[in-house]
Design a protein around this ligand. Structure first.
Ligand code: NAD
Length: 408
């Protein structure tokens, strides 16, 4: 039997301990959350190297376009998402939020953001009275998602939140409660749900293209360069949790669920953290887990920050296999079916995933379209991540309820 809260607390304490205090925090306000997290504050960083800013600011295309405030001007926001607003139908960048005044100026100028719509973290609450902003896109380190999502809801805005949703299921529950209280939308930026190859793979699996699914294998790995928790938030437990699973392995976890169309009924796992390596003084180097589904299908998921890069998902069924390699990249996806009708697939340009994700969110905001990647999905995934860590820590198989909660 596994005690959910105790196990999670011990897991967090292993890396420094302070976050454990948040587990006891019952109040749902962002201020309480931030206080409980002591030390994990939003702080401006310099403009990342190699960022290409647009030479002409993108234009909004429609009068009902949704205005976004971008919170966190880091690598992913500046290199991937912000340039893609230009391809979205009715999303535009209305404001930016950063703790670095020089970055605010340079990014604001390039994207045509008016000076009075460039906010510091300290001034964030003022977005409440800024009608140009309908929604907040949170692209901060993961340990800050919950606090800033709750602040955005308190300001009456909708929230698009980067993955993973937060570092604990308790924080996910607070975010969902804040969204309901504010009567504002909450969507997780799980871009693979808008990417043609993964969508085609979901259809193929529904059509039983490999017969009954028996085995899923996925791996998401890369080798992290020399760093330490103070230099890089991805190596810092209070901002990144256990590390590769939350950051990269979550794609494998997600694909195991959307390819099988099932929730696992049990999980076993192992983690590894080498001694004497500053990259892994607080986070794990590898996390490997095995999920068993009610149909009997088994998924083996491996993720690592210390092995050569890869990103694949294989599904093997009674009549064949689907090979996705790379499976969930920004672009360059490849997918083939090894079965009676063996063939390669090219269902479309993977890079449309970014703009399509924005358009799905804006359809939800403007037309009430049901959100495919909801806060509940983000919560479900955090429950499974907690179960994986609990299984690794106890060395025992953890049984799961259909909503991903650990059975006691
Ligand atoms: P990054 O380090 O490049 O950027 C982080 C941003 O947060 C920077 O602008 C930094 O100034 C700001 N920040 C505020 N407080 C900070 C603090 N205390 N420590 C460090 N930075 C702080 O990271 P990133 O790669 O842009 O990741 C940001 C988010 O986007 C994460 O949630 C990550 O999981 C997500 N992400 C998603 C994808 C995807 O494919 N969907 C890809 C990469 C990152």
């Amino acid at each position: 039997m596994v005690n959910n809260v105790t196990t999670r607390r011990r897991f967090i304490q292993a890396g420094g301990g302070v976050v454990a205090a948040s587990l006891a925090a019952t109040a749902s306000s962002a201020a309480t959350l931030a206080q409980a997290r002591g030390g994990t504050r939003a702080m401006g960083q310099p403009l990342p190297e190699g960022v290409k800013l647009p030479s002409t600011p993108p234009r909004r295309k429609r009068p009902d376009s949704v205005g976004f405030a971008i919170v966190g001007l880091g690598g992913y926001a500046l290199n991937q998402m912000m340039p893609r607003f230009d391809q979205a139908e009715r999303a535009h960048i209305a404001a930016i939020v950063s703790g670095n005044p020089d970055k605010l100026r340079r990014v604001g100028d390039a994207y045509g953001v008016p000076e009075d719509a460039r906010y510091s973290y300290d001034a964030f609450a003022r977005i409440a009275s800024d009608d140009r902003i309908d929604a907040v896109y949170i692209v901060l380190p993961t340990g800050l998602h919950a606090e800033w999502a709750i602040r955005a809801f308190a300001a009456g805005k909708h929230v698009l939140c980067e993955k993973p949703m937060a570092l604990s299921s308790a924080d996910c529950e607070r975010m969902i409660a804040a969204s309901r209280r504010a009567d504002r939308k909450l969507m997780l930026a799980y871009r693979s749900h808008f990417e043609p190859y993964n969508l085609e793979a979901m259809t193929l699996m529904e059509q039983k293209a490999v017969g009954a699914i028996r085995l899923v294998r996925s791996e998401q790995s890369y080798r992290m360069g020399p760093t330490s928790p103070s230099e890089n938030w991805r190596a810092n437990r209070m901002l990144a949790g256990g590390g590769p699973l939350e950051d990269y392995g979550i794609y494998g976890l997600q694909s195991a669920l959307y390819l099988t169309g099932e929730m696992p009924e049990s999980v076993s796992a192992t983690t590894f953290r080498p001694t004497g390596d500053p990259r892994f003084s607080e986070i794990f180097a590898h996390v490997a887990s095995q999920l068993r589904f009610p149909s009997g299908a088994v998924a083996q998921l491996v993720t690592s920050y210390d092995s050569a890069g890869t990103n694949f998902a294989h599904v093997r069924g009674t009549d064949g296999a689907l090979i996705m390699d790379p499976a969930t990249s920004y672009s360059g996806q490849k997918m083939r079916l090894e079965a009676r009708n063996a063939r390669e697939f090219a269902p479309g340009d993977p890079s449309v995933q970014f703009a399509r994700q924005l358009d799905h969110f804006t359809n939800a905001v403007r037309d009430g379209e049901a959100i495919r990647t909801s806060g509940e999905m983000g919560l479900r995934d955090l429950r499974l991540i907690e179960a994986i860590y609990a299984a690794a820590e106890t060395g025992r198989t953890v049984n799961l309820a259909p909503d991903g909660r650990m059975r006691r």
